[in-house]
Design a protein around this ligand. Structure first.
Ligand code: SAH
Ligand code: SF4
Length: 375
């Protein structure tokens, strides 16, 4: 079910595709260079802003393209360093983009490292039992332009705080993680087209090594990604070190069990010669036993992977519980004692419902309550 907007997003175009359309509309192809200069380094919010283009071309661009396929609805700020940005799509759907700031010693917060977490779908079909994004199922894939537009909107907002980078035309962030709503590898073609635009010299010129794609374990697409010439980083949401545990919380494991997932991860790591990340949410009495820690260590060592432990973030209506700090520490220490590099992420933005899909779910509930009480 693809959504057909009135006008396509300008952020889904490449010099080739835009060039073709320009030529067939009677405009010279060489204008492409000027237009892309406005779109990415200068983040133009409309064709009217493109003052070195003839008026007829500006009108044609306005009539044919959307410059804001995603529309920021205001930021929610946590007491720590995470900001959630809800963005509204043209069909009224809501998605989340998260800005995570890691402060650096001796510099102000505006100069901190910024990681942007982007969404790839509205909802998610994968139905992991602990996740807010999967609760209401999959609604639709984001288009290439919508994926890129999320990042452009973040730059437009961040530019005010970071005029130096804006003046150089660089992206106003340091890393991208594809860990928002949706299963990125289930929207493979649109995502890859978007990341190629972000990477291209005429786009943001943003290095593939600074982009991490997270998957719940879609094996054929992991193998396909391994063949891509651009070396994106890969994170695998493992969340269970045995099929028994994974089957209980991640339906995808019935289709692609560990005996298929681990070899696919190995192929990826070998092809790209760099470390994978294994994401592991700690959920009390589900996957936080020492037996799971031991088995996880075996997998991590086999894959030479880094383990990122994430204490479970409570989702309203779901029964799962975050383990105590003592149990979290015991788990991470067991991994380290077995020679695995592991970080225990104290979930940033916990106080603004940070885990994937939660803010959107809450906002959508509010909107439908308003609609009900208004009728
Ligand atoms: N679909 C992809 C990427 C989006 S989910 C994937 O599953 O990897 C991004 C990360 O957030 C995943 O590791 C996911 O398991 C985690 N996550 C989802 N719900 C969570 C919760 N309630 N608490 C903590 N992490 C959660
Ligand atoms: Fe989808 Fe990832 Fe959430 Fe699973 S954890 S339901 S794959 S978004």
């Amino acid at each position: 079910m693809a959504f057909k907007p009135e006008k396509p997003s300008i952020h889904g175009e490449t010099p080739d595709t835009l060039g073709e359309r320009l030529v067939s509309a009677g405009h010279p192809r060489y204008r492409v260079g000027q237009i892309f200069e406005w779109i990415y380094p200068r983040r133009a919010e409309s064709a009217e802003a493109m003052t070195n283009l003839p008026a007829s071309l500006r009108t044609w661009l306005s009539d044919n393209y959307d410059f804001s396929a995603t529309d920021p609805m205001g930021k929610k700020t946590a007491s720590d360093i995470t900001q959630k940005l809800l963005q509204k799509l043209r069909d009224g759907s809501l998605i989340e983009t998260v800005i995570i700031r890691a402060p650096m010693e001796g510099v102000g917060q505006d100069k901190s490292r910024r990681t942007i977490c982007i969404s790839t779908q509205v909802g998610c079909a994968y139905g992991c039992k602990f996740c807010a994004s999967g609760l209401e199922g999959w609604k639709r894939d984001l288009s290439t332009g919508e994926i890129v537009s999320q990042l452009v909107q973040v730059c437009r907002i961040e530019d005010q705080a970071d005029p130096t980078r804006a003046a150089q035309g660089l992206a106003s962030f340091d890393n991208i993680v594809v860990m928002g709503m949706g299963e990125p590898l289930a929207n493979y073609d649109n995502l890859l087209a978007a990341l190629r635009i972000v990477n291209a010299p005429w786009g943001f010129g943003f290095g593939a090594r600074r982009i991490t794609i997270s998957t719940s374990g879609v094996v054929p697409k992991i193998l396909k990604l391994a063949e891509e010439p651009l070396g994106f980083r890969l994170a695998i949401s493992l969340h269970g070190a045995t099929n028994e545990v994974r089957n209980q919380i991640m339906p995808v494991n019935r289709k692609y069990p560990l005996e298929e997932l681990i070899p696919a991860a190995k192929v990826f790591a070998r092809q790209h010669g760099r470390m994978l990340t294994l994401e592991f949410i700690l959920i009390q009495d589900i996957n936080d036993s020492l037996e799971q820690a031991n088995k996880l260590a075996t997998i991590a060592r086999e894959l030479h992977a880094h383990v990122n432990l994430i204490p479970y973030n409570k989702v309203e209506g779901l029964p799962w519980v975050r383990p105590s700090l003592t149990r979290q520490d015991r788990f991470v220490k067991t991994l380290r004692a077995l020679g695995v590099t592991a970080t225990l992420r104290r979930e940033k933005g916990h106080d603004i419902d940070a885990a994937c899909g939660q803010l959107r779910l809450q906002k959508q509930k509010e909107l439908s309550q308003e609609a009900e009480s208004g009728s």
